[in-house]
Design a protein around this ligand. Structure first.
Ligand SMILES: [Zn+2]
Length: 127
């Protein structure tokens, strides 16, 4: 015998009239609408993350082009407005095995705790 428990649809909140205990939606329209909404949230978050990475990339490019230096300390990186929680990947340089935070083409190389270099990807990888 199916167990009937009265509960509300996870999408429209109407009472789910009949079904198994694990039935969450009143019909297939509500079920797919709910899952589309979940996917929309994931997509929105991905777009937000990509937007921060892109902003970080542009800030690093500007710094590198304008200042003509690659050496920076932590304060300088933060003052640029970089949000270092967002990056494309963390990798290690080929020779010195330094940690590299890659945005897109630009990278932050961690030389020491308060000593960084801002470099294009190819240069960073060859350290
Ligand atoms: Zn519903």
């Amino acid at each position: 015998m199916p167990t009937f428990i009265e509960k509300n649809c996870a999408y429209c909140s109407k009472i789910v009239k009949a079904g198994w205990a694990d039935k969450r939606f009143c019909n297939t329209v509500c079920r797919s609408a709910h899952h589309n909404n979940s996917n929309q949230e994931i997509k929105k978050e991905l777009y937000r993350n990509a937007a921060v990475i892109k902003k970080n990339e542009l800030l690093l490019r500007d710094f590198f082009e304008i200042n003509k230096t690659k050496d920076v300390d932590r304060r300088t990186v933060l003052d640029l407005g970089i949000d270092a929680k967002y990056y494309s990947k963390r990798i290690f340089s080929a020779h010195k095995k330094l940690e590299i935070i890659q945005m897109v083409q630009m990278c932050i190389v961690i030389i020491e705790d308060n000593n960084f270099q801002i470099l294009p990807y190819e240069s960073a990888c060859n350290l």
